[in-house]
Design a protein around this ligand. Structure first.
Ligand code: DQA
Length: 151
C-alpha cells in the first residue's frame, strides 16, 4: 500500500444522517452533519489522515461507496444507520473489499429497541464502536491510527 493510501480514510454516513442536528437530538446529538464532518477532518489531520466523507440514503449508493473505497483507502469508517440491522447486501460488500471497515454508531444501539441490538454487518467489520455520540467516529479514527502503528 503506498504512503498516500495508507494515510487516507473513507467515512460513510448512511441513511437519515443528513438530518443530524434536528433528528432526535436527545438520541443523536445537536451537531449537524456538516459540523460532525468538520470535527472529523480536524481530528483526522491531527492524526495525520486525510478523509473522503460521503452520506447516502440509498443502500446501493453505500455499496458503491464501499466498492470505490476498495484499493484507495487504508480503512473505512461506516455508520450504516438502520441498514446495519438488516442489510445483507452491505454486509456482503464489506466482506468483498480489502480495507478494514469499522462500524460506528452515535447511539448505544444495544440499549435501544430490540431490533437495533442486531448488527448483520458486525461480523465482517474489524470492530464496532457505539454509544459515544460524535466521539464514536473520533474513537474509530484513533483505532485506525493505533492499528496502523502496531502493524
Ligand atoms: C445509528 C443507529 C441506528 O439504529 C439508526 O437506525 C440510525 C443511527 C446511530 O448512529 O446511532 O440511523 O446508526
Amino acid at each position: 500500500m503506498n504512503e498516500q493510501i495508507q494515510r487516507h480514510l473513507a467515512i460513510i454516513h448512511g441513511p437519515n444522517l443528513h438530518l443530524l442536528g434536528t433528528r432526535e437530538p436527545g438520541v443523536y446529538g445537536a451537531m449537524t452533519l456538516a459540523e460532525v464532518n468538520a470535527l472529523l477532518h480536524e481530528r483526522a489531520a491531527v492524526l495525520g489522515f486525510t478523509l473522503s466523507i460521503e452520506q447516502h440514503n440509498d443502500e446501493g449508493a453505500i455499496i458503491d461507496a464501499l466498492t470505490r473505497a476498495n484499493g484507495t483507502v487504508a480503512a473505512i469508517i461506516l455508520n450504516a444507520g438502520a441498514y446495519t440491522h438488516y442489510s445483507y447486501a452491505i454486509r456482503d460488500a464489506i466482506a468483498a473489499i480489502a480495507p478494514p471497515t469499522i462500524e460506528v454508531h452515535l447511539s448505544n444501539t444495544a440499549a435501544r429497541e430490540a431490533f437495533r441490538a442486531t448488527s448483520v454487518i458486525a461480523p465482517v467489520c474489524r470492530g464496532s464502536i457505539a454509544g459515544f455520540g460524535v466521539w464514536s467516529y473520533v474513537l474509530a479514527l484513533e483505532a485506525v491510527q493505533l492499528l496502523g502503528s502496531s502493524s
